[in-house]
Design a protein around this ligand. Sequence first.
Ligand SMILES: [Zn+2]
Length: 268
Amino acid sequence: MINIIPVVFGLIIGSFVNVLIFRLPSNASIVRPASHCLVCQNKLKWWLNIPVISFIILRGKCSFCSHKISLQYPLIELACAGIFILIFDISRPFITAGLCLSFSFLLAIAVIDLRHFIIHHSLLAAAFICLLPTVLRPGFIWQYHVAGMIFCPGFIWLVSQSVKLMNKRDNLGGGDILLGIVIGVYLGPYLSMLMYSLASILGIGYWLLASKAKEAGKDSVPIPFGTGMVTGMLVLEILLLPPFVSSFKFLEIIVFTDQFVAEMLSLL
Ligand SMILES: [Zn+2]
């Protein structure tokens, strides 16, 4: 049965993630003004501000001006609730809370990058700090996390430098490299490599779709690679949950290899 606690917290934090996504890119305060319609500016009463439920009751329209409310609101709230359900573990409250918040900040980073091609540094810092209870859990192998923290951004930096040499122009933002530090400290070096494989597939898929939509030369289509990195990380996180790992042999091999890498690094 689905536990109600992660659902409620997921929906509430998801609603906050929406505020971050809509306000941070324009440097607006995330505290003031209170929730309001972006078109008619009317303040929303609390009962019009309940995650997902209000959207359904209002049928996706503002109750004052009937302007359409973005479907992104309920989708982000549901995505957060989904993430919280998957990683909820009452026996490890600090680690669970840290992971839930960190993944929420990463979700905001991914959506902002997709919409604006920027990676917000304050969100990166928040995501990194919230990962600390997981990274510093009892019995942690520090070499594994340090290696991830160096390899993950180092790899993307090397790729971007090589492409720059060939193309003679910048292709990746510094934000992607900083995002590599945050994801790398969590995933370690081996899983970071798998995350990049998934992110590249997503990036190529995006590029193909975007180039098709855009008639102008294919070179001019920017790729929100940060979105791909976060999505790759979340997909890995879901695939490596115990019920999936016990049903698919190749996932078991991935977990085994990751543990082997961690043990090798612990000898350093
Ligand atoms: Zn309105």
